[in-house]
Ligand binder design. Structure first.
Ligand code: NAD
Length: 544
């Protein structure tokens, strides 16, 4: 049942939208996309209206008195308002998921497989609309927004193989006695997503949870919920029964409600260290299974023998793409040997990148997510100067493109630093590359191993021996050899380590299936011959 409307609140919101629209407006490229989204999608809005919750198969307007504004990071135009879901609405979502679990967990594996098959088809058909929503709310470029969706879509496509990947183990352990494993769903699960991949991260969890027979409460980032709402609508169109996927919005109160609700059995979290630690501690202390992917500082070692062009193009692309707002961005280049051989090439390539609104043709990177994020990034750059670092390319006073005077832009920045500086120790999450120098490969590896994070690291070299040593000695979970962003495709699992994860089971791939299932091991005896004789055996079974 749709919830009743709140006319006064809406009037207030309309007037707020029009006031802000006088001074801050969507660009001519963005406006038609925003209008299309508002006209065609049930759960989201990009022209100042409300984002809805998705509960029990209905897109419902929240009764909340507390709303969070979502602004276009290129223009500050108000796009939508996201509810801080009320306690009653949250409880309704969990009830819907609990009810749906009773039947969804019993559906056949091929029914669940058919859902993901259909979903992948619909995601492809609607890729442009989803990418447009990502550009509007998150700010990344259109090409990058398509990549965001594609990397999630690959998880959906791999989930189609569930009829093979969920095959269990079975062996005859004694005459006529079999032991076999059933991998059964957990129940109601929850997924809490960050702002930087509004489509990919929800798609890390929705297909894996659903295809294994669970039901899911998704809490998208309150900063860019649009893509998740479109994906929810497509799940419904793909035949997912009501209540199997529910989407509730909000900030910390919604997260805490997820951690505390006894019906929720497992939480998948992706985001920053602070929230992740809080959710891991609170969720596990409430008896829940929690997987948490956290922050990162990813290094690339540049060896003197590297293919220079490949290495510099790769590092610049991986440092500044998505304005550095990727957990696998390369944020540190460790140059082995003389840095001057590399710095001019890196600067030249970074300067050639076009910083612009995400819909602009040729844009290489867009704005940061918020004015607060921009201020944080610029102050971290400034801290390098205070600590004796050298800013060799300074993006702090990047002049915003004419069409986007209010955008949260920071230009590509390169800093020569050392490992004690704040700009090295902190995850900057902006278009900033820190350069360190090392004399040997071993020294470079030691720097990486001492860093508290362990998501990824890359090496650029032409030597197999060097690469082999790096691979075996470096202590991070995802390693690139002449590959800058070694995120495993979803036939593998996410394998960040050290401070970049909490929990033991990785996202998607085999890890994803393990996370969303538990084993039942059954030993059964069906004697082939009739049970004959009448003497009970009292010996310990030895399975001979
Ligand atoms: P964030 O931690 O601020 O937010 C993530 C989620 O947690 C959001 O849904 C938010 O509502 C919630 N949240 C935020 N603060 C909270 C708090 N104090 N208590 C409880 N919940 C809270 O992260 P973000 O800024 O949206 O995303 C960027 C971060 O995510 C970066 O650190 C990045 O490295 C990390 N990230 C990691 C991966 C990975 O796979 N390792 C992938 C993407 C992003």
């Amino acid at each position: 049942m749709p919830l009743p409307r709140l006319p006064q609140l809406r009037a207030l919101q309309r007037s707020a939208f029009h006031t802000s629209a006088h001074t801050k407006a969507l660009s001519a490229l963005a406006l038609p996309k925003a209008e299309q989204i508002s006209a065609h999608w049930k759960g989201t809005n990009a022209t100042g209206g409300l984002t809805k919750n998705f509960i029990g198969g209905e897109f419902v307007e929240s009764h909340s008195a507390e709303w969070i504004d979502v602004h276009d990071p290129s223009s500050q135009t108000l796009l939508t308002r996201v509810p801080q879901t009320t306690d009653a609405e949250f409880a309704a979502a969990v009830d819907a998921a609990s009810e749906a679990f009773k039947t969804w967990s019993k559906t056949s594996i091929v029914t669940r497989q058919r859902f993901v098959l259909e979903l992948q088809h619909l995601l492809r058909q609607n890729a442009d609309a989803i990418a447009n929503s990502i550009v509007l709310e998150q700010g990344k470029t259109l090409a990058d927004a398509h990549g965001d969706l594609l990397r999630g879509l690959q998880v959906v496509e791999t989930a189609v193989g569930i009829t093979s990947t969920l095959l269990g183990d079975k062996i005859e352990v004694s005459k006529d006695m079999d032991t076999y494993v059933r991998r059964v769903p957990l129940g109601v699960c929850a997924s809490i997503a960050p702002f930087n991949f509004p489509a990919m991260i929800p798609l890390w969890t929705i297909p894996m949870a659903a295809v294994t027979g669970n039901t899911l409460i998704l809490k998208p980032s309150e900063r860019d919920p649009g893509a998740a709402m479109m994906i929810a609508e497509l799940c419904q169109r793909a035949g997912l029964p009501s209540g199997v996927l529910n989407v509730v919005h909000g900030g910390v109160p919604t997260v805490n409600a997820i951690c505390d609700h006894p019906a929720i059995k497992a939480i998948s979290f992706v985001g920053g260290d602070r929230a992740g630690k809080h959710i891991y501690d609170r969720g596990t202390s409430n008896g829940k299974r929690v997987q948490a992917n956290l922050g990162a500082k990813n290094h690339a070692i540049l060896m003197p023998d590297a293919n220079a062009n490949l290495a510099m193009n790769s590092i610049v692309g991986a440092a500044f793409g998505a304005a550095g707002q990727r957990c696998m961005a390369i944020s540190v280049a460790v140059i082995v040997g003389d840095p001057s051989a590399w710095t001019s090439g890196l600067i030249e390539r970074a300067q050639a990148l076009k910083v612009n609104g995400g819909f602009e043709p040729g844009a290489d990177l867009g704005p940061l997510i918020s004015p607060g994020a921009r201020d944080r990034v610029t102050s971290l750059i400034t801290s390098a100067l205070d600590e004796g670092g050298e800013i060799i390319l300074d993006g702090r006073n990047f002049k915003a493109p004419e069409a986007y005077p209010y955008g949260n832009f920071v230009g590509p920045t390169i800093i020569k630093a050392n490992t004690s500086m704040k700009c090295y120790q902190t995850e900057i999450f902006g278009p900033v590359l820190v350069i360190l120098q090392a004399d040997t490969l071993d020294e470079a590896i030691e720097i990486i191993n001492e860093n508290r994070y362990g998501n990824g690291a890359a090496i650029f070299t032409q030597s197999g021996a060097t690469a082999r040593r790096f691979e075996s000695e470096v202590n991070v979970g995802q390693i690139g050899i002449n590959v800058p962003i070694p995120v495993p495709l979803p036939m593998f699992s996410w394998s960040g380590n050290k401070g970049s994860v909490l929990g033991d089971i990785g996202f998607y791939g085999k890890g994803g299936i393990n996370f969303y299932t538990q084993n039942k091991t059954i030993t059964s005896l069906w004697k082939a011959e009739d049970a004959i004789g009448n003497r009970a055996s009292v010996d310990m079974p030895t399975h001979h």
